[in-house]
Design a protein around this ligand. Structure first.
Ligand code: TTP
Ligand code: MG
Length: 386
């Protein structure tokens, strides 16, 4: 592992693998290990949005006409785009990133740059969390800048992490074709090749004036820098989270109301912790509940004043549970906090009587079940899924 030099953060480029297709394979186990293509209708001149790596082995690619894709891979399973599910997965992944750093630049539905300490170690932890909580493959490139993080990610795909550091550029990047660099699309690649510039190393050793003649001043400067592994683009940190959530799918259906409440408490504690970590206060609290027949409900309450307290989150979530819990058994329980404010001090004024009642309930539940029962249950689920 490379230790931070000059105390600069490391940059991660996190990019989910075959994103839409991976969500489909995850949710339909019979599609796993098979060529899956997600995209428009072949009879209506649809194009491929993406495809699983199994389909890529047949030459299928994003943006290819679906008809051509099916000629290359007739046995492929073709599915329509279901953006709603992909967006939900994307939001959850972003939330996982937020646990590791506030410095996030989302680039697309499945791609984001993160600035972190200890890039390689953090990359491993993020990949583990995404695999355990979402069962989705993710690749992370790690480096000192955006350019090298992006290239590391491309080279590592799929389902892996890789770091590349500036001193490794001559050995690792120079032998690669120029198309590995961002900004070198088919047209630029062709122009460069026509002038005998095939590899990144050729680009690095070409004179600036020669490159200017081929590409113009601006592109020549940028690509010359890129060829040497230099990139001073900063992260655009426009991102602030809109919601945070925690949920658990039980390994077995649950019949015991009190077990549900102690689980709710631990979810509330985790959310309270995550709110306080980022200095946020939540105005809305939602309860998510799934019943044995898979019916799922979400119920939301708006608080009179925003909170970051575990006890208050628990109290409101518990009230929702008591109102809407219906009949057991339950399969899934979750809490989401939203309408997040930064820096409200209002909730620091305690409501003593309420706090006291909550604490009594909590203590009784803890006595009955012990602490960290949820996280034990979570680990059980994860083991089952692996
Ligand atoms: P990408 O990250 O470019 O592709 P990918 O995640 O499918 O595969 P990988 O990263 O492993 O190479 O795009 C993310 C999603 O965006 C992709 O799953 C589908 C969608 N998309 C389109 O709808 N049309 C396109 O042309 C591209 C490139 C992507
Ligand atoms: Mg991707």
């Amino acid at each position: 592992m490379v230790v931070n030099r000059d105390d600069q953060p490391h940059i991660l480029l996190c990019d989910l693998d075959a994103f839409f297709a991976s969500v489909e394979q995850r949710d339909n186990p019979r599609f796993q290990g098979k060529p899956v293509i997600v995209g428009g209708d072949p009879d209506a001149r649809g194009v491929v949005s993406t495809c699983s790596y199994e389909a890529r082995e047949h030459g299928v690619r994003s943006a290819m006409p679906m008809r051509r894709a099916l000629k290359l891979c007739p046995e492929a399973i073709v599915l329509p785009v279901d953006m709603h599910r992909y967006k939900a997965a994307s939001r959850h992944v972003l939330e996982i990133y937020e646990r590791f750093t506030p410095d996030i630049e989302p680039v697309s539905i499945d791609e984001a740059y993160l600035a972190v300490r200890d890039g390689y170690e953090t990359a491993k932890k993020i990949r583990r969390a995404v695999r355990e909580e979402l069962s989705l493959p993710l690749t992370i490139g790690v480096s000192a800048n955006k350019l090298l993080a992006k290239i590391a990610c491309k080279l590592a795909k799929p389902d892996n992490e890789k770091d590349i550091w500036p001193e490794e550029v001559p050995a690792m990047i120079w032998p690669l074709p120029v198309s590995i660099l961002p900004g070198v699309g088919p047209a630029t690649g062709r122009k460069l090749r026509q002038n005998g510039i095939i590899t990144v190393g050729d680009l690095a050793s070409a004179s600036l004036s020669a490159l200017e003649n081929i590409l113009g001043h601006k592109a020549a400067l940028m690509l010359k820098d890129y060829a040497n592994g230099c990139d001073d683009r900063k992260l655009v940190l426009s991102h602030t989270p809109k919601t945070l959530s925690e949920e658990i799918t039980f390994p077995q259906d649950v019949y015991d109301r009190e077990y549900m409440l102690v689980t709710l408490l631990e979810l509330a504690e985790e959310l309270g912790y995550r709110l306080r970590l980022r200095g946020f206060f939540a105005r809305n609290i939602s309860l998510k509940l799934r019943f044995a027949d898979f019916k799922t409900i979400t119920r939301t309450v708006t608080l009179p004043k925003p909170t970051d307290s575990d006890g208050e989150i628990f109290a409101y979530a518990r009230d929702l549970f008591i109102r809407y819990c219906g009949r057991p058994p339950w399969r899934l329980l979750g809490i989401r906090v939203s309408a997040l404010d930064e820096g409200s001090q209002l909730s620091l004024i305690p409501d003593h009587e309420k706090e006291r009642r909550i604490t009594q309930t909590l203590d009784r539940l803890r006595e009955k079940f012990g602490r960290k029962i949820v996280f034990k249950a979570k680990r059980l689920v994860q083991k089952k899924e692996q």
